[in-house]
Design a protein around this ligand. Structure first.
Ligand SMILES: [Zn+2]
Length: 237
């Protein structure tokens, strides 16, 4: 029926909704890339991307994975990346005794110091789970906590496009961005993270962001001295 067809509502065009307006950020805006749960077999690929793009990052490493991949941790450090403490075996510290919390953190700091010659000054709690006891113990061990502002959700293996869009749709100046170069059991696929990373970096650059470091590998001298907590990036670059 040609007439009926002619009277039908006009279907939506193939082009879909209009693109969002270009995002602009204040001059000098920085973001901070962080990678948790490694080292792993994927870490060298992450390092290669970071090096080719000229972008620094901080790796919050799981102690037992550092023990499994010692040369990879040393490679991170040699590349100038920051190293943080992400506990020995990625437990929820709020469920542990004070002695257990202390052991989780100290054994990891010791392992890192043994491998790269300097202990970490930053730490990140597994699952972001802390209470006053946990933060007090970490502080007593010289560790300053850094959480994150933007979650790539890469650990859910949502697809490369989703990882990119999770970051660029929620990024803001001074954001600490969370990725994963490994997994607590050292057995999960992080190839989507590796594939997404160059696009994430390019998109953030096109939005006007540059990339800073939460910590340099200069060691404890780069530790923050004031009150610290999440969302307080330090370091000039
Ligand atoms: Zn983790």
């Amino acid at each position: 029926m040609l007439i009926a067809a002619a009277c039908a509502p006009v279907p939506p065009g193939p082009q879909g909704p209009p693109p969002p307006p270009p995002t602009t950020v204040p001059p000098g805006s920085k973001v901070y890339l962080t990678f948790d749960d490694g080292p792993s077999i994927y870490t060298p690929q992450v390092l290669s991307v970071l090096q080719s793009k000229g972008v620094p990052a901080t790796f919050f490493v799981v102690g037992k994975n550092a023990a499994q991949h010692p040369s990879t941790l040393q490679q991170e450090h040699s590349a100038g990346e920051g190293t943080g403490n992400h506990t020995w075996d990625h437990q929820d510290l709020t469920t542990l005794s004070a002695d257990q919390v202390r052991t989780e953190l100290q054994s990891t700091s010791d392992e890192i110091a043994n491998l790269i010659g300097t202990p970490p000054v930053l730490w990140r709690p597994p699952y972001g789970a802390v209470n006053d006891n946990v933060t007090g113990i970490a502080s007593s061990l010289g560790l300053s906590m850094r959480l994150w502002d933007v979650d790539s959700a890469d650990w859910t293996v949502p697809g490369v496009d989703s990882i990119v869009s999770n970051v660029v749709s929620t990024v803001k100046p001074d954001a600490i961005i969370l990725f994963h170069d490994g997994s607590p059991g050292d057995d999960e696929d992080r190839s989507q993270t590796v594939t997404a990373l160059p696009t994430v970096i390019d998109r953030l650059r096109s939005m006007g962001y540059s990339f800073g470091s939460l910590v340099t590998n200069a060691g404890a001298s780069s530790a923050p001295t004031g009150p610290t907590g999440p969302r307080v990036p330090i370091g000039p670059e």
